[in-house]
Structure formats: C-alpha cells, structure tokens
Design a protein around this ligand. Structure first.
Ligand code: IMP
Length: 426
C-alpha cells in the first residue's frame, strides 16, 4: 500500500515530524517534489536534524528513502546533507535517487536571485534556492536530469547548450558575469561519481517494492496553498505538493495511493508574500510566533501567523482527496484566552466557502470566525489525548466537524512520543 502525506496550508505544517513518525511503519519513504526550498526539522533524543532533500525516514535503520523523479536535486546541498548525517553515525545505505529527477545548477540559483530582484516591490518571496528556474528548464525541455549527469558526453552537451543561453541572459539582460563550462564540469563530475551508486529507476523500484508487499510513504514538501495549480498563484512554488504530484513525482499510478493524510497546523503560517486572509497583526500572532519558534528552517525568515482557516483546509481536503488530518503544534495555542477558527469568507458582499482564483478577489476576502475558549494546561506533558483539557479536545472536534475529516494524529511537541494517535493510518 502507499500512503501520501501532504501539507494542507502554506507549508511548514510539521510534515517532517509526521513523516518521521509514520516512517516507523513504512518500508520505503519517497520524497516526490520540490527541492532545497523545503526544510524539515526532526528531534530525536537530544539530536536535532535538519533536512532539505533527503526524506525524513532516513533516521530509521533499514528503511529505503527515495528522492523521487519530481524532485529538483541540488547535488551540492545533498552532498552536505549526506556528509552531516554520516558524521552523526546515520547509515545512508537505504538512500536512493531517481534517474529522472532534475538537477539544480548554479545558474538556477543565480537566476532565482536576479529574477526576485527584478520583481522589485512585488517579489514572490522565494527561498532563492533556484527552484523556479530549475523547473522552468524542466518544462522547457532543456533541463539536466540525474541520468544526464551520469553520462559524461550527454552532460557536456546539455550543459554547453544551456550555458550559451544562460550566459547571454546574465550578460545581456542582467549585466552580470556568467558561468564557466569547465568549472561546472569539474565540480559536477565529482557529484556524479558520488551519486552514481544511489541512482535507481524510481517507478520501477517502487513497483517492485509494492509487489513484495512493502509499505510506501510518499512525502510531499511545501503545502497545498503553495501548489502551482491549486495554490495562490503566482505566490506559489513551481511544483505540485498536492497528492496528485505524489503520483507524478514517484511514478506510482494514481490508484495506488490508497490514503492521503493532510497535515495541518493548529493555526496557520505563511512565509513569503501573497494573500493570507486569517493573518493576525499584533499581539496573539507575535506570541504564537515566539512560542512556536515560527522562523523558516531554510531561510530563517519570521513566518506570518494567522488563525486556523477551515476554508483552506476544505480546499485541501478536496484537491488532495484527504482521508485524515494530522493536527500539529496544538501545544503552541496554550495560554490564549480565546481561539478563532475561520469558517467562511465575506467577499465583496457575499459569503463564500471556497478559494477564489482571482488574486484581487482573494485579497478582498475577510474571514468569518467561530470563537472557542482556550486552555491553560501545558499539553506537551500530557501522555494521553483523553486527558487533554476539554477546551483542547473541543478544538480538535471542531476541526473535525468543520472539515468533515477525522483527526488521526495530534502533535504537541517536537519529540516522537509527543504525537498522539487517535486513528491508525497504516
Ligand atoms: P520557491 O519554492 O523558493 O520558489 O518559493 C516560492 C514560495 O514558496 C515562497 O513564498 C516561499 O516562501 C514558499 N516556500 C517554498 N518552500 C517552502 C517551504 O518548505 N515552506 C514554506 N514555504 C515555502
């Protein structure tokens, strides 16, 4: 069977932690899209691990972790992650990488910076990791894939072709220096040698794993509202974090993903620009940011904070065909007198319960809230969900009622034992 874990909001919902938790029951963990724009933080005992490309499941011995075909791989960062994990004594024996994954080149990172600067007062707020430009080359059918990197002649040919255009762009449009073919060839030749033993045909590999009765966990990066097709375009990432992206980015046919779990923070955050109806200006937002340590894993930027938005969650339920929700960071809301949950929007004189496609229309949406009392007890120390204060359990029940989805997991802290299981997923 294959289970997919997807973000329901604007990323940073705690997918890494939930994936790590579910990885215990899985045999094979597959990251299916995005790149080094993602950042997962996992705490095991006293160790804090931060990943950008390697699937979170790598911390369990004996699991296979695949960087899927839909991912854009930055080999330089990947090598650093491999090195760091090796130094901490983590085995990387199970790490695989798809031969169809595209490679982020140094000129993609540079282009990301230059294009953001060109947007001036209206930036997207990208992570500057070269994600957009790498996917642009993929879609333009001039990307370089892992399979090309391993083939010296093909790599030279594709790189020469790419650099001709890119260097013209750097010099002619942006007025900056370009890149040297020989330098990239030398640097990437070394990456090719290191990565070669890890490379597999992802779809074929997973097909065999399923035939052997293995359990597969698909791990999405970012979230539904950052999805290229279903998010708040153009303030989105350049890939498909939704569950459909899990099929495309792994090579598992759609029907094979039997369960999709949506990860939702107990409130909402967003990094980068773009509309955010339930954003809180001022006091409770600042408190949530500090208590929840809401600063980007990848960029260190302070995250924008908002109340939980069930219009967003229902959008995510529909486009991902969610079966369960996992509610994370519930402990962060402790101590707030009253909590708000958005149930619909007031938009240009009309009440709506969907996300409008038009950006200016979405910007005009004012949230309508349901208010519920908060609690004072520290949830992070309570072992059993049944012993949570009534107000916290009511909050969870309200989320279930407003989304029509059962909450299968509730997480109240970064440690593994702080995830409460309400329903079995695997
Ligand atoms: P890009 O993915 O770097 O192109 O950035 C596009 C948008 O997605 C920006 O608003 C980023 O802040 C946001 N973004 C990308 N990756 C993540 C993530 O892992 N968590 C939260 N936001 C992200």
């Amino acid at each position: 069977m294959a289970v997919a874990v997807v973000g329901t909001q604007w990323g940073d919902e705690g997918k890494g932690k939930v994936t790590d938790f579910l990885s215990r029951q899985a045999d094979c963990i597959v990251r299916y899209q995005g790149g080094t724009n993602a950042g997962h933080t996992i705490v095991v005992g006293r160790e804090v691990y931060k990943f950008h490309t390697i699937p979170s499941g790598i911390l369990y011995p004996g699991k296979t972790c695949v960087i899927g075909s839909g991912v854009v791989v930055d080999p330089k960062t990947l090598m650093v992650e491999i090195e760091t994990l090796t130094q901490k004594g983590i085995s990387l024996e199970g790490l695989k990488i798809s031969d169809r994954a595209h490679v982020i080149m140094p000129y993609h990172r540079r282009l990301d910076e230059l294009e953001e600067a060109r947007r001036g007062q209206s930036p997207i707020g990208t992570t500057l990791k070269g994600i957009g430009p790498a996917y642009m080359d993929k879609v333009a059918r001039q990307g370089i894939r892992v399979a090309d990197l391993l083939d010296e002649d093909a790599f030279r040919e594709k790189l020469s072709f790419a650099l001709k255009e890119k260097n013209q762009l750097f010099g002619g449009v942006f007025g900056v220096e370009g890149f040297s073919l020989d330098e990239i060839l030398a640097e990437f030749g070394e990456y090719a040698s290191s990565l070669r033993p890890l490379v597999v045909d992802c779809s074929l590999y997973l097909d065999r794993a399923l035939a052997q009765g293995k359990k597969i966990l698909l791990e999405g990066a970012q979230g539904t509202m950052l999805d290229l097709d279903h998010g708040t375009y153009p303030y989105v990432t350049s890939s498909n974090p939704v569950a459909g992206g899990g099929s495309v980015g792994s090579g598992l046919g759609p029907g094979l993903i039997t369960t999709v779990v949506g990860i939702a923070k107990a409130y909402t955050t967003r990094v980068g620009d773009g509309p955010f109806p339930t954003e809180i200006q001022g006091a409770p937002g600042d408190r949530i940011r500090e208590v929840g340590r809401e600063y980007g894993t990848t960029t260190g930027r302070p995250r924008r904070i908002g109340w939980l938005d069930t219009v967003v969650l229902n959008h995510a339920r529909r486009v991902n065909n969610l079966k369960y929700l996992a509610l994370t960071l519930l402990d962060v809301l402790t101590g707030l007198e009253s909590l708000k949950i958005c149930t619909s929007y007031e938009c240009r004189g009309e009440e709506i319960r969907h996300i409008p496609a038009g950006l200016s229309q979405f910007q005009d949406c004012r949230p309508r809230y349901f208010e519920t009392p908060g609690w004072r007890e520290d949830l992070s120390r309570i072992e059993d969900f049944r012993d949570f204060p009534g107000e916290a359990r009511r909050y969870v029940r309200l989320v279930e009622e407003l989304t029509g989805l059962p909450v299968a997991l509730v997480s109240v802290g970064p440690k593994r034992h702080q995830t409460k299981v309400l329903k079995q997923i695997f």
